[in-house]
Write a new protein. Structure first.
Length: 578
């Protein structure tokens, strides 16, 4: 188990399953009556062969047939009812866990924890739900009543009972061998399939780059290798489970024929009636049905077990987030004290002991070489990465005192790589809200100087785009991302390389947006490489190797940098020779 585990995924899953305990009891009770009614067929055959044919009574046959029809109708209703109940049990379990698993997958993916389980988290939940609604789980409710059928066979004749029990024991051994023999192949097949799907998804998301750089052939080759590996593992697993399934089916058919053969011998010895011979064979088939069904659908059981285990790890590694007490809207006072950040999955800190403070109406430019820690700081300021040391406070409250969605309303964020979602431009600016604030969308777009640009599109704000932005240019996508960051009147704006795709007009619009925020007594942080991006900044924070190299008013920091540069240049000149 991973370090730092605080949650208990096993208990969470068990609690969600326990919510349907009452329904399980209903299914168990219905299963009892369904299995009792399964005796209808053998008893009918017994009476037809031993009573009706002997007495040649048409009235008795009609009465028995009418009674059997009613009993089978009743059995069908009960079987249908328990199937519907189990369908709702599975739906309730999935509905109960959907938000929890979705949030855990999102957190794990963004923080780098439990990445293997996060990749399949939602599929794992669906696998468990499919098992709950599958016939194989219904067979588990039927299995405890198998002794009733074996007891009935023993009543007909001990030899028939011994044969039935011996055959059932062999089938159970085959089922155990199936479980042991198919575990690894099925696990390998599931893993290979997920890898192939993940690679295919990444290639599709970067289809423009793949096409433009002539990577189609190489991408297809890599995907085909993963696909072939998945296909080979799936076929191998199917061969294993299919082998055991064929053995089970063939042996069960042989066993029923053996029951008829032994029954016929006992009839010839006058130790058994013909009706009991037929009834015994039917009872045997019913007793062995749950075992055969379990063997044939073991891949479904194995996938659900694997999914349950993955969910336990995921939910344990990512504990449920507590809901903090709501706080009033904060002022734009942002402070970092001795901030240290260790990226998820790494041992070394990429940001060490960094401190600064921003007051309302100030803009801070964060500069430094690539790898200096600028993006790390941006992720920490938005609550994405939690500090390993120190604190980040907004208006005196630590970031973890705000619920994630609430914090997102107070801190707008523009990442280096802007990604849009499938939907309209208005929906993307409104952060995919089902009912966007139309006035707020337009206001945010105007702040980002994207309003006129959006109006020139074919359908304006209703223009639909895909995750790659469709026909939009990189600069247009970045300006829509900036509008999204400004949506909802955040008090802090964090911009990570905001002008990397902007032209001169876009850069001017960005600077105007920063000036607007400053006039509204809000604060802005800009992680930048280009000097134009820090034009409106009042303060500069220079990072070097994850540590604060300089901090203060922009002009002072720039003079200090130039002064140090001149000193270094003089120190590197060779001494004059006299």
């Amino acid at each position: 188990m991973a370090k730092g585990i605080k949650g208990n995924g096993q208990e969470e899953l068990a609690a969600a399953r326990r919510e349907s305990r009452g329904l399980y009891w209903f299914v168990a009770i219905f299963s009892l009556f369904v299995n009792l009614l399964m005796l209808t067929g053998p008893l009918y055959m017994l009476n037809v062969y031993d009573r009706v044919l002997g007495s040649r009574s048409l009235e008795t046959l009609i009465a028995l047939t009418a009674l059997v029809a009613f009993l089978y109708f009743l059995m069908g209703i009960l079987d249908y009812a328990r199937g519907r109940i189990m369908g709702r049990v599975g739906a309730r379990f999935q509905s109960r866990m959907d938000e929890r698993v979705f949030s855990a997958v999102l957190t794990a993916t963004s923080t780098g924890r439990a990445t293997e389980q996060a990749a399949s988290g939602l599929r794992d939940l669906e696998a468990v739900q499919r098992l709950m609604t599958s016939p194989v789980l219904m067979a588990a409710f039927d299995l405890p009543w198998a002794p009733l059928f074996f007891f009935g066979i023993f009543l007909f004749h001990p030899w028939l009972g011994i044969l039935a029990l011996s055959g059932a024991g062999i089938l159970i051994l085959v089922a155990v061998a199936n479980q042991l023999g198919s575990r690894k192949p099925l696990s390998n097949a599931n893993g290979a399939t997920m890898q192939a799907e993940s690679l295919g998804s990444r290639i599709r998301s970067e289809s423009e780059m793949v096409q433009s750089l002539g990577m189609r052939g190489a991408s297809f080759t890599r995907w085909k290798i993963a696909r072939d590996r998945s296909l080979g593992a799936t076929v191998g697993a199917a061969d294993v489970t299919g082998t055991y399934g064929a053995i089970t089916k063939s042996f069960r058919l042989f066993l029923q024929s053996a029951m008829l053969g032994l029954g016929a011998y006992l009839v010839l010895q006058n130790e058994l009636t013909a009706g009991a011979m037929i009834a015994g064979s039917i009872l045997l088939g019913r007793a062995l049905a749950p075992i055969e069904l379990g063997v044939n659908q073991w891949s479904l059981v194995q996938r659900a077990r694997e999914g349950w285990g993955n969910l336990e790890v995921l939910l344990t590694e990512i504990p449920p987030e507590s809901t903090p007490m709501p706080l009033p809207a904060p002022r734009a006072v942002l402070e970092a004290r001795e901030l240290t950040i260790i990226p998820p999955g790494e041992q070394a800190a990429s940001l060490r002991m960094v401190s600064f403070r921003l007051e309302p109406g100030q803009a801070l430019g964060v500069i430094g070489a690539s790898g200096a820690g600028k993006s790390t700081l941006a992720r920490a300021l938005t609550g994405l990465w939690r500090p390993a040391g120190g604190k980040i406070r907004i208006d005196g409250a630590a970031l973890d005192q705000f619920a994630p969605d609430v914090l997102g309303q107070h801190i707008g964020y523009l990442p280096q790589r802007v990604q849009l979602f499938e939907g309209t431009i208005a929906e993307n600016i409104a952060r995919m809200a089902l009912q966007p604030d139309e006035a707020g969308v337009v206001k945010a777009a105007k702040r980002a100087a994207a309003h006129d640009m959006i109006l020139k599109l074919p359908n304006g704000y209703d223009t639909r785009i895909d995750m790659n932005g469709g026909r939009l240019s990189g600069g247009q996508i970045q300006r829509i991302g900036l509008a999204r960051a400004m949506y909802g009147d955040p008090v802090v704006l964090v911009l990570d390389e905001p002008n990397s795709n902007l032209d001169n007009e876009g850069s001017q619009a960005l600077n105007e947006a920063i000036r607007t925020f400053k006039r509204e007594e809000k604060c802005v942080l800009i992680m930048a490489h280009r000097p134009a991006a820090i034009q409106e900044c009042d303060l500069l924070l220079m990072l070097e190797g994850g540590a604060r190299r300089a901090f203060g008013p922009k002009d002072e920091v720039l003079r200090e940098m130039v002064k140090n540069h001149e000193v270094i240049q003089k120190g590197s000149r060779p001494a004059s020779v006299s």
